[in-house]
Design a protein around this ligand. Structure first.
Ligand code: UGA
Ligand code: MN
Length: 253
């Protein structure tokens, strides 16, 4: 089965670096389509060019986050959910462009996480929905399925809001595409409490914890990490831009 991966992405100093690191991982994944959704009114030249020369099979979309829900650069990152409109645009594209009987697996890839090649081969055999631990997530070494046997999750390992229907990070699950067509209303929402993005989407697909197929060697291995890219200090560049002259306006970074 093909893996369809939806990635929200937004313009920032490290965008091209993050996308480069991710794309060069994805080049090693066979049978893969990357659905990249920009958080912008139009498709930017940077991402358009980047995808064109990436060597990947991709779909390029855009959907701007509603201003009520858009983080300001001074806001703490946890204040509002991120990537909601973009993931929904990717879901819309799949539902409108793929036949309902497409045998594929859906994954949500953030543009700054770290993914092993093994995790893609683990998720590829997903029959309905699958889950595995995510490293450096939820304020713990890992979060998600913690004890698994015979492909079933017996215990979930989490410390923060353990009452969530699915105490799991976005990078910790995949679902078969047929679920999207069986539950055409299921999508992400900006109006859920902190930490409930994943749970809201998965319960919208009428899934329960016990439905999840355990991956990553009975959930005993971390094959994906919730890494975050540090914001670079750009005070000289920003001062130049304020004066109307960036250090080299032709240089794409
Ligand atoms: C964590 C989870 O790993 C995300 O999947 C989840 O969306 C997020 O929390 C959340 O609670 O909303 P975190 O590292 O805190 O992730 O979030 P980011 O990596 O900053 O954003 C997640 C994705 O949304 C990234 O692919 C990013 O490029 C994109 N994004 C972020 C936008 O498209 N627009 C933005 O304004 C910010
Ligand atoms: Mn991130």
């Amino acid at each position: 089965p093909t893996i369809y991966a939806i990635t929200p992405t937004y313009a920032r100093w490290t965008q091209k670096a993050d996308l480069t690191r991710l794309a060069q991982t994805l080049l090693h994944v066979p049978n893969f389509r990357w659905i990249v959704v920009e958080d912008s009114d139009t498709k930017t030249p940077l991402v358009t060019r980047f995808l064109k020369f990436s060597g990947l099979q991709y779909t390029h979309l855009n959907a701007k986050t509603d201003t009520n829900f858009k983080l300001k650069s001074t806001d703490p990152n946890w204040l509002l959910p991120r990537g909601v409109s973009q993931r929904n645009e990717g879901l819309r594209w799949i539902r409108e462009n793929l036949p309902a009987n497409t045998g594929g697996v859906l994954y949500f890839l953030d543009d700054d996480n770290t993914y092993t090649l093994q995790i893609f081969e683990e998720m590829r055999s997903t029959k309905v929905a699958s889950a595995w631990p995510v490293g450096l997530s939820g304020g713990l070494k890992f979060e998600g399925p913690g004890k698994c046997e015979n492909g079933k999750v017996l215990e979930w390992y989490t410390a923060w809001k353990p009452e969530r229907p699915f105490p799991i990070d976005m990078a910790g699950f995949a679902v078969h595409l047929k679920l999207l067509f069986q539950h055409p209303e299921a999508q992400y929402s900006n109006s859920v409490p902190r930490g409930y993005l994943e749970s809201h989407f998965l319960t919208g697909l009428k899934l329960q914890r016990q439905d999840m197929e355990a991956k990553a060697n009975e959930c005993s291995e971390v094959l994906v990490w919730h890494t975050r890219t540090e914001k670079p200090k750009m005070k000289h560049e920003e001062a130049l831009i304020k004066q109307g002259k960036s250090s080299n306006s032709k240089m794409e970074v």
